[in-house]
Design a protein. Structure first.
Lengths: 534, 304
């Protein structure tokens, strides 16, 4: 027994035990797995981006130029699915893998082998989803929300593969969440009480609970679809006493918390970065924690605001309208706190800070359009128009995605021990910032003017806005390829980074060497209040 | 919560189990999708080997994986903090299972309380019923489907007889069996904590037997439903919710019985002691969870 203990103890000072492909396949190391998640997510981001550009190419002008409407539907569906489940979510899980153990002073994730399983399910799941595009009858074409009966009675045969892919990626998310919860609750360094945890850790803890609560519901709803398709049940068919609208209720009971699963960790990232570059402590730490918890709670009681036009009882419409608007309060608290953190700070504007400030401004725009959509009578006008597309792209692209990019610039020096090129980073920021606004801002106008979403062709009156949008989309797309170049250049030949990296940074992750050694905190670190970040 | 004394949190250097498990899972579900699509297209010989290959691979990997975890524990590699991670892991896994069942209970209650009324011509969306199937009678359990040409009517439902005849009401006996098994597994746990190995084996064996009897009776009930009552998956929303709720519960009972059976084998092999028994405890938590789900099922699916 002692021999085993000693040998494993010695190995902690070394790098990975396997090399080459085996290292990545069999790794139990949270840093390796975090890296896998991040690269996987980036590759899905590029694939999802190509689908988006196919959409924008077709929409560059009115009329059908390049692709068939049927294929267009497959593009919108898979763009959404790949971006939500393949790009944004795994990117945050990758960040959690890398940073949560470093931030709480743990030797690794609580259940390292299961951590590996959570990751390696994903490439299989997405291979399955992408392969549906090449199957007879085509891939999923019913929108990423896969409403019944489009996804049941009228679905292509490939929907069965889609259903099982959702099942296994859900299993991956559940295992990942369990791991994150166990790590945060069980493995914090002595002295790190809950209310001294970095906010990124807090937001991920709450996100993990959201995932645990709703991924099984998603599994439930796709299971009902599976049985409707293959075993003759009538969950979503009124001829047998079921109801297609019931699909929407169950889906959005998952779907609305899912939206916050994609934004709460973003709040955490921004709450780490802004204090660093404002050289102040985070304003209102406690209220940040309570606001995040409130948002998480409210996310469970607002789902039907996605379905105001299906014909709900009036009482339901009123309830979901007011409940939705209440979310603006804790969200407002957060925006206020970020701005107050910057107030009178000694601010500098390195790339992560630029992305974070853009996040605060542009996410707030997305939040405001969300408030407009929450007003039931107004939603009757906006529903299923490009206004909705503009709204959720504002919260997801300059919201969730910008925070991920900011996090990469912020922590990359810690991961690989090298700085990115600040000038290139700033160029990337301005290209992305301009690209995203040129793409999505005009969509507010085309939407308010009545252009429906998910159409391959449109009336002449929307031509100008769509052309601008398409130009912006290509600018944004190419600037993300540029991002890849900036990152690879940093990894290959960046200037060596110091351990602290940023002079204003606090937290356990900055007390270790850059690059972070393969094994960290095998002995619990001393955590004193000088490293309390916020 | 954090460990005061010096001990290492064991992190395996590398492991081949998870990657192979992922391959097994992917092969299994891909194979199942191929199988289902083959069957749907009317193929006489659907491709089934992929599913079974994946299932076999996953089972083999899990067997090795759990064996390794037990072995590491016996080697003393698992400190108290690591064991606490397993406790959190199991607890929140059960929470996610509860949410899975919640989706199906939600579907049942929504169909029953809202959809039935609307299809029957009452409430906020009463016009639905008036326009689509004005003849439809909204009663639960459904006697006649809105469109019997698409979804054939069920013959009879699983509704309970008067209380005096519960002696021949199978779901009642299933309730008795499962509630009893929850007690017996608790007895086994108490015996283990007090160091009474023989009593542990006895009570655990009884629990496993009760689990098997439950599964057997559930199959009996399904055969009865299909062959005598004319109640099938395809007979409308009552059959859909009935079979999926009881079916997934039955699947969980099967899994739970298997898990308890593994614990029984481990008890005979001398595993567990008075302080260290989380494998058993997790299995018993799972069993209690399955039991509680049944209580809700019995009320909402059968009685209510």
């Amino acid at each position: 027994m002692n021999a085993v203990l000693e040998s494993s103890h010695d190995a902690h000072h070394h790098g990975p035990v396997n090399t080459g492909l085996k290292r990545w396949l069999f790794t139990t190391n949270h840093k390796d797995i975090g890296t896998l998640y991040l690269w996987f997510s980036f590759s899905m981001f590029l694939i999802g981006g190509v689908l988006a550009l196919i959409i924008r190419t077709e929409l560059f002008q009115p009329g059908l130029q390049f692709i068939e409407p049927e294929f267009f539907n497959q593009m919108t569906t898979n763009h959404g699915l790949i971006m939500v489940f393949g790009a944004i979510m795994p990117a945050f899980v990758g960040l959690a893998n890398w940073m949560v153990p470093l931030m709480v002073g743990a030797p690794d994730m609580a259940l390292p082998r299961m951590n590996n399983l959570s990751f390696w399910i994903l490439p299989f799941a997405f291979t399955m989803i992408i392969s549906t595009l090449f199957m007879p009858g085509g891939g999923p074409n019913f929108g990423w929300t896969f409403y019944a009966p489009l996804s049941t009675t009228y679905a292509p045969d490939s929907v069965t593969f889609f259903i099982f892919a959702v099942h296994i990626m859900g299993a991956s998310s559940i295992m990942g969440s369990i791991n994150i919860i166990a790590t945060i609750l069980n493995m914090r360094a002595p002295g790190m009480t809950l209310m001294k945890m970095p906010l990124f850790v807090w937001t991920w803890l709450i996100t993990a609970y959201l995932l645990l609560a709703v991924m099984p519901v998603l599994a439930g709803v796709v299971t009902m679809m599976l049985f409707d398709i293959h075993f003759g049940t009538s969950f979503f068919n009124a001829a047998g006493g079921g109801d297609p609208v019931m699909f929407q209720h169950i889906f959005w009971f998952f779907g609305h918390p899912e939206v916050y699963i994609m934004i709460l960790p973003a709040f955490g990232v921004v709450s780490q970065i802004i204090p660093t570059f404002a050289r102040k402590r985070l304003f209102g730490y406690d209220s940040m924690v309570y606001a995040t918890s409130s948002i998480a709670f409210l996310s469970f009681i607002v789902w039907a605001h996605h379905m105001f036009t299906v014909g709900m009882p009036l009482a339901g419409q009123l309830f979901f309208m007011y409940a939705t608007m209440i979310i603006a309060v804790p969200t407002g608290v957060k925006v206020f706190n970020w701005v107050s953190t910057m107030w009178q700070g000694s601010m500098t504007f390195e790339t992560p800070m630029l992305f974070s400030i853009a996040f605060v401004i542009l996410f707030t725009i997305g939040g405001f359009s969300g408030l407009m959509l929450a007003i039931t009578p107004a939603d009757y006008q906006y529903h299923d128009t490009y206004f909705v597309v503009a709204h959720f792209h504002y919260v997801l692209v300059p919201g969730a995605l910008f925070s991920i990019i900011a996090a990469v610039y912020y922590w990359l020096p810690k991961w690989c021990g090298r700085m990115y090129d600040e000038s290139l980073g700033k160029i990337h920021f301005w290209l992305s910032f301009i690209g995203v606004n040129v793409t999505f801002f005009p969509q507010h106008f085309s939407g308010l003017a009545g252009m429906p979403r998910r159409v391959p062709d449109y009336a002449m009156q929307f031509a100008d806005f769509n052309m601008i949008s398409s130009v912006g989309a290509f600018l944004f797309g190419f600037s993300q390829v540029f991002f890849l170049y900036v990152i690879i250049k940093a990894i290959k030949s960046g200037q060596p980074a110091s351990d602290r990296v940023w002079e204003g940074a606090h937290g356990l992750e900055w007390t270790i060497a850059s690059p972070a050694p393969y094994h960290t905190f095998t002995e619990p670190p001393v955590f004193d209040d000088s490293e309390v970040h916020s | 919560m954090t460990m005061k004394e010096h001990s290492h949190y064991y992190v395996p250097e590398s492991s081949w189990y998870p990657a192979w498990a992922a391959l097994g899972i992917a092969t299994m579900v891909y194979g199942l999708a191929v199988w289902l699509n083959d069957s749907k297209s009317g193929s006489e010989n659907p491709t089934v080997f992929l599913f079974f290959t994946g299932f076999a691979l996953l089972s083999a990997v899990l067997f090795a994986w759990y064996g390794k975890v037990i072995e590491e524990n016996h080697q003393g590699l698992a400190n108290a903090q690591l064991k606490q991670s397993y406790v959190w892991g199991m607890a929140w896994f059960i929470f996610s299972e509860i949410m899975f069942f919640a989706a199906f209970f939600g579907a049942l209650l929504y169909s029953r309380n809202f959809v039935m009324a609307w299809l029957g011509g009452e409430g906020g969306k009463a016009l639905t019923g008036d326009y689509l199937w004005p003849a439809f009678q909204a009663v639960w359990p459904i006697v006649e489907n809105p469109d019997p040409l698409v979804f054939p009517n069920p013959g009879e439902s699983m509704a309970p007889p008067p209380l005096s005849q519960w002696g021949s009401y199978l779901p009642f006996w299933n309730t008795v069996i499962l509630l009893t098994s929850s007690v017996t597994v608790h007895m086994a746990h108490t015996a283990l904590k007090n160091g009474f190995r023989d009593k542990l084996k006895l009570w655990l064996s009884i629990t496993v037997i009760l689990g098997v009897i439950f599964i057997f009776l559930q199959i009996e009930e399904y055969v009865h439903a299909y062959q005598e009552l004319g109640l099938t998956l395809g007979t409308g929303i009552y059959g859909s919710t009935f079979f999926l709720l009881t079916g997934f519960h039955g699947f969980h009972v099967t899994l739970g019985t298997f898990i308890l059976f593994v614990q029984l084998i481990r008890s005979f092999k001398g595993h567990f002691n008075r302080e260290d028994q989380f494998g058993f405890e997790a299995a018993s938590w799972y069993w209690h969870f399955v039991d509680v789900v049944w209580v809700f099922l019995f009320f909402f699916v059968y009685l209510y």
